[in-house]
Write a protein that binds this ligand. Structure first.
Ligand code: SF4
Ligand code: SF4
Length: 447
């Protein structure tokens, strides 16, 4: 990247404004060792230093020094980052890249005018995806497209290839419209047997609209394990998509509303079954650090947040598990394995199921390309990463792929279908639910 000679310094923050520029201390914690390069998906794709964690941190440093501006080149390298946080796991110096990229992206969205088509696409995503009531409006036309035969005609004829890249990505990623909705989930579910925990369930926007069966399975499994489940009606989007894309103000508003919704439920734990949402919930204490009204409440809230696999792994199994003779390739969602450090728990939970064999894949630390809105705004590299992940999954000859994030579910289903594979992809909790209910293994294979 060339450094413009005339980049103006800005009152001590260089290219950034005064509202939380990337921290100089965090930037200086990087000792340029390069250990993170091998696990960075964009570096794996292009071998370009400025598309590695080390390169991006260096760009932030130049930005702080006023040696580069927030120009299209700078923004492009930041936009290329998937926010997968593999560099958090692999950095021996403990560089907090998550905080750096989050601050940088918020600066970009405040101070860089995006070209109109790109801005419009992002606006559309942020107007629709965090609003389940708006997402649901898409279900009827999507169901018509899928069930009328138009979808298979578009795909068979190759017409789908004529669509612009982002629309093509949406077409490929769109899930089969479910025939049930989770409007039927009650506000409170009583535990089976002696109560062990009282938990609140975050429904998630994409999860609740496109995967209501995952939320239903989560409730059944928790109740079977002795958890009273509370599902606050006034819960909203948790703000994960927005915070990961630099839409800070909207993200913080959603965070406050989420805290409000769950505080009144007086639960021991707030459970999420979406890795991206879960990592965001656990970060509220940091995100709301400037808000005197919410600062302490956010810390208390975040300390209670758990992924469903953490809750289940922390409970001595009580509900009987029936055998599921299946070879299951477990795909680690990045926001579970890297952002939350949750790797052992999903495997421990699957390990409680008799006759189930867990398969490990090559390059398990590498992102599948889903990454929040990444596969919509950067469909090219997202597809390359998805295809690479699918090759590794198929190399293990699985009966089934299990994961813990709706974005990964969509990405892997799309990738496997494109590869001509009929291997199904399900949420981990659906596997546990099937085992607890004594459902035949075949029922999981027809998803
Ligand atoms: S978050 Fe992922 S894509 Fe971004 S720099 Fe780190 S490893 Fe690379
Ligand atoms: S591993 Fe950590 S310290 Fe080393 S270059 Fe990457 S971010 Fe910097």
């Amino acid at each position: 990247m060339t450094e413009p000679a005339n980049a103006p310094p800005n009152a001590g923050y260089g290219a950034f404004d005064a509202n939380h520029p990337p921290s100089t201390d965090l930037v200086n914690a990087c000792v340029h060792c390069g250990f993170c390069l091998a696990t960075c998906p964009t570096y794996a794709l292009w071998g370009e230093e400025m598309d590695s964690p080390r390169g991006r941190i260096y760009l932030m440093k130049l930005g702080l020094q006023g040696q580069v501006r927030l120009d299209p080149t700078f923004v492009n390298h930041m936009d290329n980052c998937l926010g997968c946080m593999a560099c958090l796991t692999s950095c021996p110096s403990g560089v907090k890249y998550d905080k750096l990229i989050e601050a940088t992206r918020a600066q970009i969205e405040r101070n860089f005018p995006r070209p109109a088509p790109e801005g419009l696409l992002r606006r559309m995503i942020f107007d629709v995806f965090p609003r389940p009531e708006r997402l649901r409006l898409l279900l009827a036309p999507l169901a018509l497209y899928q069930r009328s035969g138009l979808q298979s005609l578009m795909r068979r004829s190759g017409l789908v290839k004529l669509l612009p890249a982002s629309l093509r990505a949406m077409e490929n990623l769109a899930p089969s419209v479910p025939r049930q909705t989770n409007g039927g989930l009650p506000q409170r579910v009583v535990p089976e047997g002696e109560p062990r925990l009282r938990v609140g369930l975050l429904l998630g926007c994409v999860q609740s609209v496109f995967f209501p069966e995952v939320n239903a399975a989560t409730v059944r499994v928790l109740a079977a394990e002795g958890c009273e489940v509370v599902i606050p009606r006034d819960q909203c989007c948790c703000g994960a998509l927005m915070i990961h894309a630099g839409e800070e103000k909207a993200a913080l508003d959603y965070a406050r509303r989420t805290i409000d919704a769950f505080e009144g439920a007086h639960v021991d734990a707030v459970v999420s079954n979406a890795a991206g949402c879960g990592s965001n919930l656990k970060d509220y204490g940091y995100l709301l650090r400037d808000d005197p009204e919410y600062r302490e409440r956010a810390k208390v809230f975040s300390a209670k947040c758990r992924d469903i696999s953490e809750v289940l792994a922390g409970l001595e199994p009580r509900a009987p598990r029936h055998p599921l003779p299946l070879k299951v390739a477990y795909h680690d969602a990045c926001h579970l394995q890297h952002a939350q450090g949750v790797r052992a728990q999903p495997r421990a939970v699957l390990g409680t199921i008799p006759e189930l064999q867990i398969l490990e894949t090559a390059e398990a630390a590498l992102c599948c390309g889903s990454a929040g809105i990444y596969n919509l705004v950067r469909p090219g590299p997202a597809k390359e990463l998805g295809d690479r992940k699918v090759r590794h999954l198929l190399a293990t000859a699985p009966d089934l792929v299990a994961t813990g994030n709706p974005g990964c579910l969509l990405q892997l289903r799309g990738g496997l279908r494109s590869a001509g594979s009929a291997v199904p992809v399900v949420h981990l909790v659906e596997v546990v639910d099937a085992s607890m209910r004594g459902v035949a293994a075949e029922s999981l294979l027809t998803r």
